[in-house]
Design a protein around this ligand. Structure first.
Ligand SMILES: [Fe+2]
Length: 220
C-alpha cells in the first residue's frame, strides 16, 4: 500500500483502493500508524470506531440529530485541545452516498472577520472551554468547526456561525469522494471540513472504520 504523502500535503486528501482480503482494514491502519504515528483514542477509548447510517444514534451525536440523512460540514474531534490532524476511513459494504470535503480557506473570501479572534465555547463530556475556530499547532493552521459542540462567544464567532454552513454548501471547491471507486480515504482534518452526503436509497449497508491520527491529546 502506497500512501502519496506529497498529495496528502498538497491537496489535503488521498484515496486508495485496497484489495479486500481478510483483515485488510487492520493492514491499512498498521501502515498508517507506521507512517504517521499512533492513533488518538475516540471518546469511548477505542482506537478504531465503526460509523454507519443509523436512526438510533447516541445522545448528542450527528446520527441522533440527522438520522440516516445528510450531515453538515464539520471537523472530527473539534472538542479536543488539538483536533486530530488526519482522519482515516476504511469502507466495507456498499455505500452510495459520497463524503464531501471542503477547504476551510473558502471561508476567508466569504466571511470578513479575524478568524483567530473568533472564540467559541466548546462543550463535551469534560465541561466547557473557550476555543478559537482557527489556531496553530506545530507551525500549521488548525481549523475546527462543529455546530454540535461549538457555541459562539463573541461577535466574530457569531458572524461565522450564522453563515459557515451556507458557505461550505455553496462552495465551488467542494470535493465529492465516490466510495464506489475507493475503499480508503485519508484527509487532513485541520484544513478540510467534511460532511456526509445525501442518499436516495434506503438500505445501504456500509461501515466506515475510522482512525484518528495526529498530535496526541491529553485533556487539560
Ligand atoms: Fe465526521
Amino acid at each position: 500500500m502506497l500512501i502519496d504523502i506529497s498529495k496528502l500535503n498538497q491537496v489535503g486528501y488521498v484515496t486508495l483502493n485496497v484489495p479486500e482480503i481478510q483483515g485488510w482494514e487492520d493492514g491499512v491502519f498498521e501502515e498508517i500508524t507506521k507512517t504517521f504515528g499512533g492513533p488518538i483514542p475516540h471518546s469511548n477509548g477505542s482506537l478504531k470506531f465503526n460509523l454507519t447510517a443509523r436512526d438510533d444514534g447516541l445522545k448528542g451525536t450527528y446520527s441522533e440529530k440527522f438520522g440516516k440523512g445528510k450531515f453538515p460540514f464539520h471537523s472530527d474531534g473539534a472538542w479536543l485541545p488539538i483536533p486530530p490532524q488526519y482522519i482515516v476511513l476504511c469502507k466495507t459494504g456498499v455505500r452510495i452516498r459520497p463524503t464531501l470535503l471542503c477547504s476551510f480557506n473558502v471561508l476567508r473570501s466569504e466571511i470578513n472577520v479575524d478568524f483567530y479572534s473568533a472564540i467559541f465555547s466548546v462543550r463535551h463530556g469534560y465541561g466547557r472551554r473557550p476555543v478559537p475556530i482557527l489556531s496553530t499547532a506545530s507551525g500549521k493552521n488548525v481549523w475546527r468547526w462543529d455546530e454540535m459542540c461549538m457555541y459562539p462567544q463573541n461577535g466574530a464567532a457569531k458572524r461565522i456561525a450564522s453563515t459557515i454552513s451556507h458557505v461550505f454548501e455553496n462552495s465551488d471547491e467542494l470535493i465529492s469522494i465516490d466510495w464506489s471507486k475507493f475503499n480508503v480515504l485519508i484527509f487532513n482534518n485541520w484544513n478540510l471540513a467534511h460532511s456526509r452526503g445525501e442518499c436516495s436509497v434506503e438500505n445501504e449497508n456500509w461501515i466506515l472504520k475510522r482512525m484518528l491520527i495526529g498530535a496526541h491529546n491529553v485533556l487539560e
